[in-house]
Design a protein around this ligand. Sequence first.
Ligand code: DGP
Length: 111
Amino acid sequence: MSDCIFCKIVAGEIPSEKIYEDDKIIVIKDVNPGAPVHVLIIPKEHTDNILHAPSELLLYIQDKLEEIVKKLGVYEDGFRIVINTGVDGGQSVNHLHFHVLGGKTLGWPPC
Ligand code: DGP
């Protein structure tokens, strides 16, 4: 989508700090980190949110997760995956993305 920030990041039109990339996803550092480790797993193909995501894509991301969290150094101590969805869910970019947060003991509830 031409007006989507994450599509522009995927296309290389907006710079980002890339942690991982393959033909289906990129993993970048969040520009506004909420924890010592805070990255976004972003599918390259535009999908508005998790409700519209193909299940094969979700399985693919789940399969890649171990490799990604090992790379981030949070495999042993744990991490949190957040998928904000819609207005009440706090989604500010309407291109599906998974927040991966860690590097400290995170609080709960998140609000
Ligand atoms: P959400 O609120 O769940 O839609 O999360 C969007 C996240 O994307 C938010 O934590 C900030 C991050 N973000 C927004 N614009 C950019 C950008 O241009 N670069 C990077 N690296 N992150 C961005």
